[in-house]
Design a protein around this ligand. Structure first.
Ligand SMILES: Cc1cc2nc3c(=O)[nH]c(=O)nc-3n(C[C@H](O)[C@H](O)[C@H](O)COP(=O)(O)OP(=O)(O)OC[C@H]3O[C@@H](n4cnc5c(N)ncnc54)[C@H](O)[C@@H]3O)c2cc1C
Length: 449
């Protein structure tokens, strides 16, 4: 398999040493053994696959078998920052309106918000103890050059997208948010929150199983055939024959499993450092006052939050190989930047570093649908680094689509409907990503001069 990244990035026999792994665990799921029959087979045991399995079983009484190549949640879902937020796209709302029209854009933003509400509802309905925190997200102007843009964005979100957004000046945000060297005001969106992503995965898995789904880890699908109107998925330990298949492999989608999905995804590395617990004095030294999740306004943004035990999580996209050497460099860079943004924490011990793959698409929006020439194959991927809510929502939409049957396209908003364009060979994609990162850096320096 030609992949965009170093082979270590795909090693399912290793799990990164994350703070999440150190503070929670997912009960091991047995590998598939022997040949089984199911209504639906789901490839990928992250938020999307587990949400699809849970909704199929709970809301429609349909039995699904989930197969993951690694442990359940091994992919991005067990490694995320735990920001249940939106939007899950890299294209701005204005461009989205120009391309898909106002009604479809509004429908998509409404679905994104529904995703956040759905995650909250699942925590309550399925008694998932995933440490929810905060009631909003802030996009922080890290430089004065971004203040007007964010002020206008807040007005646009409120007036055109009907989303609960507001803008806080530097002084107003300092009262509820934080200080530091990169704080010049912020846009607030009410509703998003933080959670413990691995506890969320564990809870989704338990709920799906409780309602009747069968969950298997260490079960990589290595071949996918169709005969006699049924799919046959071959794993290392057995086979699943199923009427429908849902592909939920996001940034880990193999290019060689099924032709329709080859080269449709652009996986990108996202990296996180987590400090030791900070003292009340240390928090005060940076004017830290919030439990909410935050990011800044860069193209390659920093995302950050204070965790319930007062550890600080600081993350950013970046890196184009995922090799152990590059990981070391990425960790040092994040630690240095953390100290530059919050100088009082410059010498605080950083105890954890990890990374994983998020998924971009050539359309810069997610892809949710079923294949035009085989409606028994559904898929959901491309959350652009914001999959906690979007993938959970998509899992439910895919489950509803399978339950409804029929052959037409899925009823999802136009910006996310159907497959995105096919991209180039993995090595060319990697070069393209590198070029984009360099361009973002240049553009940022020009704007901030
Ligand atoms: C460091 C980091 C921080 C992030 N922070 C946030 C955040 O704060 N908020 C947010 O909303 N999003 C965040 N994201 C993105 C979010 O984690 C993802 O969008 C989301 O987890 C994707 O869920 P998924 O179920 O679609 O895919 P994944 O969780 O990636 O699951 C895909 C699974 O498919 C499996 N698979 C692949 N091929 C096969 C095969 N052939 N057979 C069987 N299984 C296979 C893989 O093993 C993998 O477990 C972050 C991601 C990373 C990496």
């Amino acid at each position: 398999m030609t992949t965009v990244y170093h082979p270590d990035v795909h090693r399912t026999d290793r799990t990164p040493r994350s703070w999440w792994q150190a503070s929670a665990s997912v009960r091991p799921a047995p590998a598939l053994a022997g040949d089984v029959e199911a209504d639906v087979a789901i490839v990928g045991g992250g938020y999307a696959g587990l949400s699809a399995a849970l909704h199929l079983a709970r809301d429609h009484g349909i039995g699904a078998v989930v197969l993951d190549a690694g442990a359940i949640g091994w992919g991005a879902s067990g490694r995320s920052g735990g920001f249940a937020t939106y939007p899950a796209a890299k294209i701005g709302a204005g461009a989205m309106i120009r391309r898909w029209g106002e009604a479809e854009t509004l429908a998509w933003y409404a679905s994104q918000r529904e995703g956040v509400d759905l995650v909250r509802a699942l925590l309550a309905e399925e008694a998932i103890a995933a440490d929810p925190q905060g009631d909003a997200t802030f996009e922080v102007a890290h430089h004065p050059a971004y203040v007007e843009e964010l002020r206008e964005a807040a007005a646009f979100w409120r007036e055109r997208l009907h989303q609960p957004a507001s803008f806080l000046s530097r002084e107003a945000f300092a009262e509820v948010g934080h200080g530091g060297t990169e704080q010049f005001g912020a846009m607030r969106i009410d509703g998003p929150f933080g959670l413990h992503p691995l506890k969320y995965v564990a809870g989704l898995r338990e709920a799906a199983e409780r309602h009747g789904a069968r969950i298997h880890g260490d079960s990589r699908v290595v071949a996918w055939e169709k005969d006699g109107g049924r799919h046959r998925l071959v794993t290392t330990g057995g086979t699943v024959r199923a009427r429908d298949v849902i592909l939920a492999t996001n940034g880990y989608t193999p290019d060689d499993l099924r032709a329709e999905f080859a080269n449709r995804t652009l996986p990108a590395l996202s990296n996180i450092v987590v400090t030791r617990p900070l003292t009340a004095e240390e928090l005060a030294a940076c004017g830290w006052r919030t439990e909410c999740v935050l990011s800044n306004a860069r193209d390659l943004l920093f995302y950050y939050r204070l965790l319930p035990d007062r550890r600080f999580l600081f993350g950013a996209r970046g890196g184009t190989s995922g090799s152990p050497t590059e990981d070391m460099r990425m960790k040092s860079w994040l630690v240095r930047r953390l100290g530059e943004v919050f100088p009082a924490w410059r010498d605080v011990d950083v105890e954890y570093f990890w990374n994983g793959l998020v998924c971009l698409t050539g359309r810069l929006t997610p892809a949710i649908g079923r294949l035009p020439d085989d409606a028994s194959v559904s898929y959901g991927f491309g959350w652009h680094g914001s999959g906690v809510a979007a993938a959970t929502w998509a899992g439910r939409a895919l489950a509803d689509g399978v339950a409804r049957g029929g052959t037409g396209p899925l009823a999802v908003p136009a910006p996310v409907a159907g497959l995105p364009p096919s991209l180039l060979h993995p090595l060319v994609r990697r070069f393209g990503l590198k070029a984009a990162y360099v361009w973002y850096g240049i553009r940022e320096r020009i704007r901030e001069r």
